[in-house]
Design a protein around this ligand. Structure first.
Ligand SMILES: Cc1ncc(COP(=O)(O)O)c(C=O)c1O
Length: 389
């Protein structure tokens, strides 16, 4: 009988070595040996699938990818050194000069830079559509459109895109759909079940879950993955076996961790929603979220991120960060330790206010990555900091 993906994420393991280890072994090696010239020739000729060199394949990296394939319900996958290299490899391997991408105005900052700053240098253009105005999506499709690329929920605005709607549109126009599933993780949302062709992750976030290593992964349709694999094999954004080992061990606890992150987040979001210092708060599993019904349809829980707007704007945002005692001020999310960030004074601080508003960064926007600490300890730290805003 086929096992549940949650069991597979715990039990898929590289073949046990002669040492009879229980935990999974780590193959920290750049290359692999052959007993003779004939074996080596056959490996290079693709007549065997023996490992040759860790830029091409590595058992520890394969183990991590196999677990992600099981969790996402995919056919194949490739791991990369970071989430951004997975995003970039997906574009570069599958698109060519003259192609066009449809994406969302609420896409992650570095992805926005790839779409708008770098891809046009190679003759690849993109159009942004609004999450809310779904009628814009079909009219944005051009004869040369090849791909729809999106994130759901988005970072940092937590907007939710209807995967059913996007996949039906893509099917009608024969487009490839790629979804960055970083915020939800595969234990909460499975885009492939809706018809998405490729799913990618910054494994640096919830998949690691303890803020230790960078990593990325892209899984999905076998033929598309083979094209991305060859691009990565030649251009080299490989995942380190050490990082893959850490990430593979982390996947053993992803399901239980995400359940607790979401439980804590819902508790905190509910308690803060009507706070007098906050003008709005977004959490996908609160009925007040503009796309709450879509979240209920495609996500098992609301995830671990909350965002809200401080009435006092930019200065309040800085005061809020300065007043926190428990939550960390750090440029990451998806950690067992709760993290607060204020994009307007940090990641987006170099932009003008007008530029920030264009990418939905309002002056008092706070993003909380809810950790695994006791929920009321996280909440009390936030409440105390709000008193100072
Ligand atoms: C939604 C999303 N996608 C991609 C990335 C990039 O991942 P990495 O930092 O691992 O390159 C991030 C990083 O914050 C992210 O939040």
């Amino acid at each position: 009988m086929k096992q549940n993906p949650i069991t597979e994420a715990i039990r898929i393991q590289t073949e046990r070595t002669n040492e009879m280890e229980h935990s999974t072994p780590l193959f920290l090696t750049s290359s692999f040996c052959f007993d003779n010239a004939e074996e080596m020739r056959a490996a290079f000729a693709d007549e065997t699938d023996d490992n040759i060199y860790s830029r091409f394949s590595n058992p520890t990296v394969n183990e991590f990818v196999d677990k992600m394939i099981a969790l996402e319900g995919a056919e194949a996958g490739v791991a990369t050194g970071s989430g951004m290299s997975a995003v970039f490899a997906g574009f570069m391997a599958l698109l060519k000069k003259g192609d066009h991408i449809i994406s969302c105005d609420a896409v992650f900052g570095s992805t926005h830079n790839i779409l708008k700053k770098y891809l046009p240098n190679y003759g690849i253009e993109s159009s942004y559509v609004s999450v809310e105005k779904t009628e814009e999506w079909e009219t944005a499709i051009q004869p040369n459109t090849k791909m729809i690329y999106l994130e759901t929920p988005t970072n940092p605005g937590l907007e939710i895109i209807d995967l059913d709607f996007v996949c039906n549109l893509a099917k009608k126009h024969n487009l490839i759909v790629i979804v960055d599933n970083c915020f939800a993780t595969p234990v909460n949302q499975k885009p492939i079940d809706f018809g998405v062709h490729l799913v990618l992750h910054s494994a640096t976030k919830w998949i690691d879950g303890q803020g230790r290593v960078l990593g990325g992964v892209i899984v999905g349709d076998k033929k598309l993955i083979q094209t991305i694999y060859l691009f990565c094999r030649n251009t080299g954004p490989s995942l380190s076996p050490f990082n893959a080992w850490v990430l593979s061990k982390s996947l053993e606890t992803l399901d239980v961790r995400m359940e607790r992150h979401a439980k804590n987040a819902l508790h905190i979001a509910t308690a803060l929603e009507k706070h007098p210092k906050i003008s709005w708060l977004k959490y996908p599993y609160l009925p007040s979220h503009p796309q709450h019904n879509i979240a209920l349809k495609q996500m098992k829980n609301g995830g671990g991120i909350i965002c809200f707007e401080l009435k006092g704007g930019l200065e309040s945002g800085k005061n809020f960060l300065n007043s926190l005692k428990l939550l960390s001020l750090t440029a990451n999310l998806g950690d067992s330790r709760s993290i607060a960030s204020h994009p307007a004074s940090t990641t987006h601080g170099k932009l003008t206010e007008e530029e920030r508003l264009k990418v939905n960064i309002t002056p008092g926007l706070i993003r909380i990555s809810v950790g695994l600490e006791y929920a009321d300890d996280i909440l009390n730290d936030i409440l105390k900091a709000l008193e100072k805003c």
